[in-house]
Design a protein around this ligand. Structure first.
Ligand code: NAD
Length: 446
C-alpha cells in the first residue's frame, strides 16, 4: 500500500519504519528540514531501540523515504497519516494547529480519493474539524475529490515502540464506513496475531479510547503513589501490597509501581486535555483533577526526602553546600525523551534549595543540557558523579542502575545515603551494606 506519514517524530518515525517493514511503500514528511536532511543521511533524530536499524534497512530497500515536499507525498499515497504533535494549549486543551495545518496541506495537494488517518492523540470531534479543513481547501481549489477521515490512535510506548507497533495489544480503528474499515484492516493485517485485536468502532469512540486509556494508566500511577506514601507513614511495604493486590485478576500487577510521578509527552498532556474536554461540556472530572494534583505533589517527594535527610528544613536554601548525584533524567528508561520528566521538577527544586547537582543518564544528557545548561554537571560515567557527593538519588529505572557496584558507590559517596525513587534495591541488603537507604513506601532503613 502507498502511505505517507506527516510528522517524523516518535510516533511518525516508528509507524513509517514498521509499515515499510511489512512491505508498504512509505514516505515520511516533516516540516523540519534539518530533521529530514539528517534522516536522508541515516541520522535518526530520536533514540528508540531497534529504530535505526529498521529505518536504514527499509531506506536501503527503497520502501521508506523522507521529504519536506508535501504535495508529492500526498499525491503518491492512498493513505495519509497525521502523526504530528498535539501539545497542550495555555488552557490545557489539546492544541490542534499542527493537525489542522496538515489537514489543509492534504486538501491543497489531493489529486484523487484519499484516506486521511489521524494517529495523533486528539479530542473527540477532531475528525469533523479535519474533514471541514480538507473540504474548505478542496472548495477553494474548485475541485471535489472524495476522501474519508479515520481515527487510529496510537498506543505504542517509548522504549518499546517497535515491539508495540509490530505486535500490538490492539489496533483501534474509528470509521464511519465499511470501505475504509476494510482498507485499514488490510494495512494492519500483517501485525495481527489474533483478528479480535483489531477493534473497529465509530470515530468519536476511537478518539475517546486513547484518552480513556492514558487517563486510566495515570490514575493507577497516582493511586499507587499515594498508597506508597501512606505505607511510608504506616511502616508497611508497598512492594508486598502490590503483590497482594495484583494477584486479584480484576486488578493485575501492571502499572502499580510507585515512583517520582508520571511524565513524558503523553500522560500529563492527555490528562489535562480530558479534564478540559469535560469542562467544555460542563462536566467536572473530579477524579482526573485529583490524579493530576497527586502527580504534581509526587514530583516533590524525592526532594522532600533529601531535604529531610540532609538539610536544615527551616532554612531558605536547606541544601547549601550539599552535592546530590542523580541517576536517570529521561521520563522513563530506554528513551532520551525528557518532556515533562519528573527529573526536571526534582532537579529544579534541589537547585533552588542550594544544592550542587550532578547527573548521569545513558541517553538523555543532550536533552538535559537543553533544559539545565551549565546549571548542573553531567557525566556519561554513572560512578564519576558520586565522588564526594552527599547522596545518590535514583530518578529513572534504567537497567544499568539495577545491579550496580555497591562497594564503589559507598566508597565514592561522602555519606552513604541513597534515595531511591524506583525501589530498585532490597532494603535489608542495603542496610547490611551500611547504606542509609530511603526507597518509596518500603520502611526505609535509617
Ligand atoms: P513529536 O514531537 O516527536 O513529533 C512531531 C513531529 O511533527 C515533529 O518532528 C514536527 O516537526 C512534525 N510536524 C509538525 N508540524 C508538521 C506538519 N505540518 N507537517 C509535517 N510534520 C510536522 O511528537 P510524537 O511524540 O511523535 O507525538 C505525535 C502524536 O502522537 C501526539 O499527538 C502524541 O500525543 C501522540 N502519541 C505519542 C506517543 C509517544 O509515546 N510519543 C504515543 C502515542 C501517541
Amino acid at each position: 500500500m502507498k502511505i505517507c506519514i506527516f510528522g517524523a517524530g516518535y510516533v511518525g518515525l516508528v509507524a513509517a519504519a514498521c509499515f515499510a517493514e511489512s512491505g508498504n511503500s512509505v514516505i515520511a514528511v516533516d516540516v523540519d528540514k534539518s530533521r529530514i536532511d539528517g534522516l536522508k543521511e541515516g541520522i535518526i533524530p530520536i533514540y528508540e531501540p531497534g529504530l535505526k536499524e529498521m529505518i536504514l534497512r527499509n531506506q536501503a530497500e527503497g520502501r521508506l523515504s523522507f521529504t519536506t515536499e508535501m504535495t508529492e507525498a500526498v499525491q503518491a499515497s492512498l493513505v495519509c497519516f497525521i502523526a504530528v504533535g498535539t501539545p497542550p494549549g495555555e488552557d490545557g486543551s489539546a492544541d490542534l494547529k499542527y493537525v489542522l495545518g496538515v489537514a489543509r496541506n492534504i486538501g491543497q495537494a489531493m489529486n484523487g480519493y484519499k484516506i486521511i488517518v489521524d494517529k495523533s492523540t486528539v479530542p473527540v470531534g477532531t475528525a469533523d474539524k479535519v474533514r471541514e479543513a480538507v473540504k474548505a481547501e478542496l472548495a477553494s481549489r474548485n475541485v471535489a475529490f472524495e476522501f474519508d477521515v479515520v481515527s487510529n490512535p496510537e498506543f505504542l510506548k517509548e522504549g518499546a515502540a517497535i515491539d508495540d507497533f509490530m505486535k500490538p495489544d490492539r489496533v483501534v480503528i474509528g470509521t464511519d464506513n465499511v470501505r475504509t474499515a476494510e482498507i485499514m484492516k488490510e494495512l494492519y493485517d500483517p501485525y495481527m496475531r489474533k483478528q479480535n485485536r483489531l477493534i473497529v468502532m465509530d470515530i468519536r469512540s476511537a478518539e475517546m479510547t486513547k484518552y480513556a486509556a492514558n487517563a486510566m494508566l495515570a490514575t493507577r500511577i497516582s493511586f499507587m503513589n499515594q498508597i506508597a506514601n501512606l505505607c511510608d507513614c504506616m511502616g508497611a511495604d508497598v512492594s508486598a501490597v502490590r503483590e497482594g493486590i495484583g494477584s486479584d485478576s480484576r486488578i493485575g500487577y501492571d502499572f502499580l509501581f510507585p515512583g517520582p510521578g508520571y511524565g513524558g509527552s503523553c500522560f500529563p498532556k492527555d490528562v489535562k486535555a480530558l479534564i478540559k474536554t469535560a469542562e467544555e461540556c460542563s462536566y467536572d472530572f473530579l477524579l482526573l483533577k485529583a490524579v493530576e494534583d497527586v502527580n504534581e505533589r509526587q514530583k516533590e517527594v524525592l526532594a522532600d526526602k533529601l531535604i529531610t535527610a540532609l538539610g536544615s528544613p527551616d532554612e531558605e536554601q536547606p541544601l547549601t553546600g550539599r552535592t546530590v548525584a542523580c541517576w536517570g533524567l529521561s521520563f522513563k528508561p530506554r528513551t532520551d525523551d525528557m518532556r515533562e520528566a519528573p527529573a526536571i521538577t526534582i532537579i529544579e527544586r534541589l537547585l533552588a534549595a542550594g544544592a550542587t547537582v550532578r547527573a548521569h543518564d545513558p541517553e538523555a544528557l543532550k536533552e538535559a543540557k537543553k533544559h539545565f545548561g551549565d546549571r548542573i554537571e553531567y557525566s556519561t560515567n554513572q560512578y564519576a558523579i558520586l565522588e564526594n557527593a552527599d547522596a545518590l538519588t535514583i530518578i529513572t529505572d534504567w537497567s544499568e542502575y539495577r545491579n550496580p557496584d555497591f562497594d564503589r558507590i559507598k566508597s565514592a559517596l561522602k555519606s552513604p545515603l541513597v534515595i531511591d525513587g524506583r525501589n530498585l534495591y532490597k532494603p535489608d541488603r542495603m542496610a547490611a551494606a551500611g547504606f542509609r537507604y530511603l526507597p518509596l513506601g518500603r520502611c526505609g532503613v535509617g
